[in-house]
Structure formats: C-alpha cells, structure tokens
Design a protein around this ligand. Sequence first.
Ligand SMILES: Cc1cc2nc3c(=O)[nH]c(=O)nc-3n(C[C@H](O)[C@H](O)[C@H](O)COP(=O)(O)OP(=O)(O)OC[C@H]3O[C@@H](n4cnc5c(N)ncnc54)[C@H](O)[C@@H]3O)c2cc1C
Length: 486
Amino acid sequence: MNVVALPQIPTTPASPELLAALHALLGDKGLLTAPEDMRPFLTDWRGQLTGTAAAVARPASTEDVAGLVRLCAAAGVAIVPQGGNTGLMGGATPYAHHAGIVVSMGRMNRIIAVDPMGYTMTVESGCILQTLQELASSHDRLLPLSLGAQGSCTIGGNLSTNAGGAQVLHYGNTRSFVLGVEVVLPSGEIWDGLKALKKDNTGYDLKHLFIGAEGTLGIITKAVIKIWPKPKDVATAWICITDPQAAVQLLSEAHIASENAVTSCELMNRTNLAGVFRHVPGTIDPLPTGPSEYYLLMEWSSALPKDGAMAARMEEFLADAMERGLVLDAVIAQNVSQARAFWHIRESHAEAGRHDGPGTSYDISVASSRIPAFIDDASAAVRAVLPDIRPAPMGHMGDGNLHFNFKAPIGMTNEAWRQYKQAVTRAVNDMLRDYGGSISAEHGIGSEKLGELAHYADPVKMATMRAIKRALDPQNLMNPGKIFEV
Ligand SMILES: Cc1cc2nc3c(=O)[nH]c(=O)nc-3n(C[C@H](O)[C@H](O)[C@H](O)COP(=O)(O)OP(=O)(O)OC[C@H]3O[C@@H](n4cnc5c(N)ncnc54)[C@H](O)[C@@H]3O)c2cc1C
C-alpha cells in the first residue's frame, strides 16, 4: 500500500538509566528487554512489518502507565502504545529505527463494573474484546462489536482505531458506544473522563479526540462502554444474489421488512470465498451450486424471545425477493451452530487472504447506495492499469465499507505484482476522491496509509490535526510518525 517512502523518525534511545527506572517502577513482569521476549510485540499480525524497541513495558495499572510516560517524557523517549497487535495498518508496530519503548496494555485487563440495569460496562483498556462480549452475554446483554480478531484484539485498540466490524449498520462503530474514557496524556497526566453519561455538554467532547487517534495523543487506560439487550431471536441467511446492485436493493427493502432489525449485511465474492474454502479448515460452502459471483450474509435480530418469528419473517421476505429475481438462492441457518458456521466463513477472509498469492486489499467507504457504481468504475480504472487483475470486492456492505480486494493475475510473481501496486492504489484512491469516499473506512492510517492520507486529505483537516497533536504532544513522543508526520 505504501506509495510514499516512510519517514525516518528520529528517536532518542532509551538510556540504561531510563530502563533501570522503568524496571524499578514496573518490576520483572512489567518490563521485557530480552529479544526473544520482545519479538511478538515488534511484528504486526500479518507478519509483514517488523520494528525495534529498547524495551516492551507491560503496565498493570493507570498509575504504572502515568509513571512510565512521565519517565519517558522527561528523557525525550518515544512510546508506541499496543493492544492486541491485530491492527492491519502498522499503527502498533514500532518503526525499524525505533529506539524507545513499546507499551503493551495486555496486563490491564480488569473489569471495573458492570451495570446491566444502566446498560454500561466499565473496563480496563487491555481487556480482550471477546472476553467483554462474553461478560455482556452473561448479564443478558450484548456488546455489539464483532470482528475477526475479537479473540485477540483489546477494547483499547478498538477505541484507538474506532473499529467497525459487522454490526455497524445497526449499532454504529466503536465511537458511538463509548460513554467515557480515562487517558494518560503524553505529559504523563491522567485525564479522568471515565463517566457513564449519555449527556454532557460541558465544552469539547474530549473522548472523541482519543477515539480513532491510533495512540498518537495518549494511552487509553479505561473506558465506559454501552451495552444493549441481548438478541433472543436471530435469523441468519446466506444469500446468493445477481450482483451488488441487487444487494443494495435487498438491504434497502430488508430494513422495512424486518422493522429495522437488520443487524448485519456482509457482501462476499466468489473469488474470496474460493480462497476461504481452500485454506481455512472446517469451512463448507453453504450454497456450493450457487451460480453467482456475489453473496450476502444477512442477519436480523430481536431482543424479544419469540423463537423462530424472525426466521419466518425473513423466509417470507427472501421468497418474495426470489420471485422477483433479486435473490437467486438462499439458506437460513437452522440453529446457532449453523449461523456460527456462516459467520466463520465471513470472518476467515483475512486469514485466507494471507495464503492466496499476491494481492492487495483497500479498506474503503463510499455512500452505501453508490457501492455498485463504485465497484464498476474502480474495477475498470484498475483494469486499465493491469487488464488481467482479479477484483474481489467484499465487506461491510450495509455501511458502505468495502474491503476492495484485488488478486494478481494468475501466475504473476510477487516481484512483478509490486511494480503495479502503486498505480493500482492511485487508480482506486483517485476514484474514491471522485466519489467523495474514504481511503480508510475502519482500519485507520497507521504507517501503511501515511502517504495516501497526505495526498488526499483536506489540507485544513491535516493542519488542524497537526495543531492538536502539537498542543498535546509537543515533543512528538506518542506513536510518532503514525497517521501523519508532524
Ligand atoms: C482477522 C482480522 C479481522 C479484522 N476485522 C476488522 C473489522 O472487521 N473491523 C475493524 O475495524 N478492524 C478489523 N481488524 C483490525 C483490528 O483487529 C482492529 O483494528 C482492532 O481494533 C485493533 O485492536 P488491537 O487491540 O489489536 O490494537 P493494536 O493493533 O494493538 O493497535 C491498533 C492501534 O491502536 C493503538 N492502541 C492500541 N491500544 C491502545 C491504547 N490502550 N491506547 C492508545 N492507543 C492504543 C496502537 O498504537 C495502534 O495505533 C481485523 C484484524 C484482523 C487480524
């Protein structure tokens, strides 16, 4: 994805004195310096980016975080915050010449409070997303953030990337369900914004500065998150459709037919699915004879325990759509494990993509009704660069968010592919600009899209972001060189 060389970030090396002070503060469990202990924290999930660090700090409390940030700030040493290290844009991976610290939040995994009556949970930022989903479920509630990395990613990382996932069209992205945060600022001060308030118009809503900031403005240590009634009646369908236009129309009608209960609508493409079935054990094609290039995974949910009512309503809707030619074939999950199997296929796309030869993926968004036209226009623009390239768009269609995947022409080597990548990126992103879209719908910028953001972002927005960064982090020590160069 890089089309502009990454900047070399000059960082002050952590001195032996600083490391000794950090060790005194954090103890043996809280500071890793042996190369073999640090290795997992220095390489990204995809195994594509590797950096360096003088130490990996593993604080166990907000006071630990504040103390270590104060020590680093006094020494002018840079910090890379890290959650579960599942981010796909390199935001949590230190640069190759990083001589400072990685701060891994995994030990800050305590549940502070659950308030089922008030529909909130207060947690430390290193809690694993799946643990929090299970916690909410044990209180008959739903934490509606679900994504393929949920077994490893942390709520702090989710907040810092404003993660999206598969239910945004109904519940919103992470930003929309955070009520309060506690943050350690680059100075080491603690901002206690840990309030469970739905209404608080006391000036700037500071929490939104830190959500989606990818660790560049401070370290999120705690959060109050909203939870919802747990769905009791869920219908999940695997739907074969003619084309993306049919998907848009079907979704538009489904909102009404379900009485606004569509909680997910994921577009899938036969090229990607073939990779999943080939590489991910235990995945079985729900509609193997499906004659189409495109499929939808659609879910309707209700908190009312009317067993089967949702599925019956969905069946009626899909049957009608089939009669009108909008749907070619469909299967509704008969039980929870079948629904899980459908979701496993969808969530395995990223994993399968790692094994499937040269290719690239763009995490983009456009207005959802314009997705079909965008797919056509952007595919044509990319084919003008490389005629035999294989577009395989898929993703969170209900949010207008595509993971616009391209596989290299069959037989093309990695080396040959690399020569086309920059021109392919330009073709996709120029088209996005023309459509008023976004070059990063949910994965963020990190180090991977730095050049593209600089190329396409509104200059006033960039200047404002830089002003905020300089005001909060005048030494540029908090994840320097991520999102933008200061
Ligand atoms: C298989 C797979 C599927 C995925 N699917 C989706 C998806 O559907 N939707 C989606 O949005 N993303 C998805 N992702 C991307 C990734 O899981 C999310 O970005 C996730 O939110 C990252 O959380 P993390 O804890 O792993 O953060 P990390 O990767 O550790 O960090 C991400 C960024 O946040 C910063 N950060 C982390 N913790 C903190 C903190 N406590 N305070 C301040 N900054 C912090 C880091 O510096 C970095 O910039 C997927 C990833 C994988 C591997």
